[in-house]
Structure formats: C-alpha cells, structure tokens
Design a binder for this molecule. Structure first.
Ligand SMILES: Nc1ncnc2c1ncn2[C@@H]1O[C@H](COP(=O)(O)OP(=O)(O)O)[C@@H](O)[C@H]1O
Ligand SMILES: O=C(CO)[C@@H](O)[C@@H](O)COP(=O)(O)O
Length: 561
C-alpha cells in the first residue's frame, strides 16, 4: 500500500515551520523553517521612520506566504516523496494574531495608501497596546452582566480580537472603515490556500468571545461598548465558523502549482498553535494538561466538565479535542523572559566564558545555576515581564525581582527567573484545581523541554508533580499535521477523528521529570512568598506597576516628535 503523508504548518512568533509526517505512525520525514523576513515589528514600521509605541507588536503578512513558498517545496524536495501521497494540510498559528483585509481578503497593509499606517498591519498576539479597550470591555461586560464573561474567568484580554479591533477603530477609523473584515492570521492563510473564507471555531472561541450555542456577544453589548461597534459581528467578523477537526476546503490549483502539491489536497480548519501542540503531544483525554513551553507558555487542559471560575482564562467546548471542554491558561513571557535576561542583563565576562566553552549563554547559565540549591539565591521574581495572562489577566502588570544584594550573580538571577516561571504555572494549576477542574497528568512540549533540563526539573519540584515530555520536538507542527490527516478523512487514507489520529501518530518519552521532595519542601515555602507578592502587586491595590506604566507612556508621548 502506498504511504500517505500529511503536512503540518506551524506559524510561531519568529518563524514558520513545515513538517512532513507519515500518517501511519507519526514519523517525521522532513522539516524546514523559514524565519519571517520582517520578524516581530515592535520598534519601527518597515521601510519607514514611523516609530511604534511601547506594547506594540506587528507583523507583515507577506512573511507568512514566504513560509509557504520556501518551506513546503523544501520538505517535498528533501524527502523525495511523490506529492500525490500528501493527502492533507493542517495550519496552526499564534493567536490572537489578526489583520484587517479588503473584500478580496487582501491585507490593507499591502495597499500603497496604507503602507505607512501601523493599524493596517497584522497585530501579533503579543501586541498589548489595547489594554485600555480591554479594561472598558471588562467594565461594560460586568455592568451588563454579560453571560460570556464567566467563560473567560471574569476578564477578557487585551490580546484578543475585540480589544484589538476596537483599538483600530479608536486610533485609525479610516482603516476600520476600509476593512471588509478583520481576520485571524490562521484563517487568512487557510483563505489563501483554499479560497474559503471561513473562521476557525478554536480561534473564535478562545479569542473572539464566540460560543457554540450562544454565538458572539449581543448587538446590545457592542452598542453599549461603542455605538460604532453595533454591527461589528455582521461586518468585521463575517464568515462561517467551522468546527475544529473539519476540512476548511481544498488546495487551489494556483497554490498547488506554487507549492508543488496536488490541487484538491484537503486543508484543515486552522487551529491555535498551543492547541495543536496538545494533539501533537497525544493529549486527548480528560485530566491531561499540556504545557506548550516556548517564547510563552500555554497550558491546555482537557475536561469533561465545564466550570466557570475566576482566573480560568478560557473554556471552549470542542476547543482542543471534539467532545471535551478545552481550558486554556498561560504565561505570556517564559522563553522570552530568559531570552531578555541573556540579551539585556548578562555582563560580558559571562558571554566570553560561554563562547570559550562553545555553548550558548543559556546553556552556560543553566550549568552554573544547576549548582545552586532552591532558595540559595536569596531571590524571588514575579514573572510578569510581558504582563499576566492567567490568573490576573492584566497586560499592564510588569516584572519584579526581589532580594538582590552586592553578591548577586547572573546565574542567581537566571535561576530565579526559571523558578518564577514555575511558580506562575503552579498558581495556574492550583486555580484550576480549586475551581474543581482536575489536573491528573502534565505533559510538556515545545522548544524549552529540549533545551533546558534544569527548567524542567524546577517545574517538577515546584509543582510537586511528574512532568512527562512529548516525544516529538515539533509537537505543534505534528499536531497541525494530525488535523490535516483528519481533514483528509478515512476515505482518502487519513483518519476519522482526532483521538484516533493522535493515538496513532504521537507518543511521550520514556524519561520524565520527577519531583525531588527535598527541593519541593523549600519551594513550598518560596511559593508562599511568591503568592504574597502575586496578591500584593496583582490585586492588593498596590498599583505601582500601573503607575510606572502611566508615567512612562506620558514621557514617551512628550519625547515623540
Ligand atoms: N537554553 C535555553 N533555556 C531557556 N530558554 C531558552 C533557551 N534557548 C532559547 N530559549 C528561549 O526559548 C524561546 C524560543 O522557544 P521556541 O520554542 O523555539 O519558540 P516559539 O515559542 O516561538 O515556538 C526564546 O524566547 C528563547 O529566549
Ligand atoms: O496565545 C497563544 C495561544 O492562545 C499563543 O499563540 C501565543 O502565546 C504564542 O505562543 P508561542 O510564540 O508559540 O510561544
């Protein structure tokens, strides 16, 4: 029997990865990464001297097409397979990453007249400049007792669709009016490949306040937010919402020729990257929590119960695996937090030593930090360098490091930041469990488990739980390929369901991280202190972080020409 393959396309923060997978057993045949030529645009608009304000993060959508054009032919070429054997394509994307497009689906930033308009570009998931709008959405929803609010733990985020779209309307009404619709980037790539203008239930459910039976928030709600938003859903969010795990459409002849694939190849409904990572880690049963550990950390938890509680930042029925409730929580800076320290906080002598040993600064600091015992650094941090996504849902919070002395060394700070990330995760797990949603099993995936063993051990020690690691190092792209294989369906040689496909195409490693009880005792004590800081700075009315941000913004405005 001829082998059948699926392609998973994983759009991350900095690059896109294409993975060719044997659908029989999940064997990863070939992979190729294309870095986005424009990367994350957070300082200056491309080819212009327009400076962006703090908290902005944009992208150029042509970079997404560059991934398709380069990486798909590259995997076909390096694998040497017959393209006819590729039966399905799945696409996952960071979210909420959104762009305004015209009637034909062309991004407004491609149009000459809008090239110098920041609001015409893609707003990346970590664009946090719509906090003002998010605050007003939350106040209005609370005042009107909007039923959707409890599904998101009582607060919506500045990262999500409505806040971002409203920011466009407030700051660039011309762009808002010109936009035929505002799309998730996942749906936009699906549109390019298939010409089907559909929306993913996963993106709509987690990021656009949509519910399977209730739909979007009411017209009255949008009218109360801002009369100009009254028809927001019918206009800017138009498009049929298709269920995760279904086929969005088929590859057009034009794209088939560009990619070297067969026209008519099944393309799956788009999925959020972290959620694809859950399927790619084999998590398809209630009680399993997947931690997608990379630039950020997303926690995906499956349950047969729907519980609404403060601090749980999103529950969507069928949101990760059809038939179960999918919960999402997260920390918006984890790898990025360690990366920030390595780039901005490390003295030259560390870089020289790391280079002398022929290892990265991360690996060098990990080696030194491993020699330290829990609590030995005398330091404690709040991991909010990119705001807090769970359980406080507030992008205006910022990082904190306590306990420094003249003896503090770079490895102390590095270890303290790894611990802070782990404390943040413990807080999330405890919030779920206190609300009555069980966490029975932790499975880690993403780039970090591969790169930093100390981090993983600290996560096990701090949470007091065993941490399994998904076998694939590319679980997100593998997850996307699984959705591609299901979109193709059994009749084309794919699968009927995500559960069946994931059980055939994924596995976890033999080796896991088990908590060291001596370390866990110390971490219990440190966690109590973490919690005190968390409550004080997060919801104790001690709003120094917000005051600093206000002053900073004012000064930035005065300084800008
Ligand atoms: N050895 C390391 N230890 C900890 N963090 C690391 C290490 N090497 C790289 N990082 C961080 O990992 C992040 C990239 O993670 P990765 O999983 O590749 O990306 P993404 O989340 O975009 O898919 C960066 O933020 C980088 O700072
Ligand atoms: O917000 C989500 C998922 O909800 C992610 O897309 C976002 O955190 C980006 O994740 P990574 O860049 O892949 O770490």
């Amino acid at each position: 029997m001829t082998k059948k393959y699926a392609i998973g396309i994983d759009y991350g923060t900095e690059s896109g990865r294409v993975l060719l997978v044997d659908i029989e057993n999940g064997e990863e045949i070939a992979a190729h990464v294309t870095r986005y030529p424009h990367g994350v645009i957070d300082e200056r608009l491309p080819n212009s001297d327009i400076v962006l304000e703090p908290d902005w993060a944009l992208q150029q959508p042509d970079d997404y097409l560059a991934v398709l054009r380069h990486s798909v032919p590259a995997v076909l070429q390096s694998s040497g397979i017959d393209p006819k054997q590729v039966i399905g394509i799945g696409i996952d994307f960071t979210a909420c990453t959104v762009l305004p497009v015209d009637e034909k689906g062309e991004p407004l930033c491609f149009q000459e007249e809008f090239r110098n308009e920041p609001h015409a570009y893609v707003k990346l998931w970590k664009h946090h400049a719509a906090q003002e709008e998010a605050n007003r959405i939350n106040e209005t929803a609370e005042r009107l007792e909007a039923s959707f609010l409890s599904r998101y733990g009582g607060k919506t985020s500045s990262e999500w669709m409505v806040a971002k779209a409203w920011q466009i309307l407030n700051e660039a009404p011309v762009i808002y009016d010109r936009a035929d619709r505002i799309m998730e980037a996942a749906d936009w790539v699906v549109l390019q490949l298939t010409s089907s203008s559909i929306r993913s239930s996963c993106c709509a459910g987690y990021k656009a306040l949509w519910h399977k039976t209730e739909g979007y928030p009411s017209k009255d709600f949008f009218q109360a937010l801002d009369p100009r938003l009254e028809n927001f859903v019918e206009t800017k969010l138009q498009g049929e919402i298709c269920t995760l795990g279904s086929k969005a459409g088929e590859l057009t002849a034009e794209w088939a020729a560009l990619l070297g694939l067969e026209p008519g190849t099944a393309v799956a409904v788009g999925i959020i990257d972290a959620h694809a990572g859950a399927a790619g880690s084999g998590a398809v049963h209630a009680g399993q929590m997947v931690m997608a550990m990379g630039t950020s950390l997303c926690h995906m938890l499956l349950s047969d119960k729907e519980i609404h509680a403060e601090g749980i930042c999103g529950v969507v029925e069928d949101g990760i695996v059809p038939g179960l409730f999918g919960y999402e929580a997260g920390q918006p800076a984890v790898g990025d937090l360690f990366g920030w320290f390595v780039e901005q906080g490390v003295p030259d002598y560390v870089k020289v030593e790391a280079a002398r040993e022929g290892i990265s600064v991360h690996a060098y600091l990990e080696k030194l930090a491993r020699e330290l015992k829990p609590g030995q650094t005398g330091l404690l941090a709040l991991d909010w360098w990119n705001g807090n996504r769970s359980v406080l849902v507030d992008a205006d919070l910022s990082g904190l490091l306590v306990g420094m002395t003249l003896q503090t060394k770079p490895q102390d700070i590095y270890r303290c930041l790894l611990e802070a990330a782990a404390f943040g995760t413990r807080k999330i797990i405890e919030t779920f469990e206190q609300a009555g949603v069980k966490v029975n099993e932790l499975i880690a995936c993403g780039g970090l488990p591969e790169r930093n063993r100390l981090l993983m051990q600290i996560f096990a020690d701090v949470t007091g739980r065993e941490i399994k690691v998904a076998d694939s190092t590319q679980t997100t792209a593998l997850g996307a390929a699984i959705f591609g294989a299901v979109a193709a369906g059994a009749e084309r040689g794919g699968y009927e369901s995500i559960v069946e496909a994931a059980s055939r195409m994924t596995r976890v490693r033999q080796e896991s991280y088990k908590p060291n009880l001596e370390h866990s005792y110390v971490y219990d004590e440190l966690y109590m202190e973490y919690n005190r800081l968390h409550e004080l700075f997060g919801r104790g009315g001690f709003d120094v972080m917000k005051a600093l941000k206000r002053i900073q913004l004012k000064q930035e405005e005065l300084a800008s020409p």
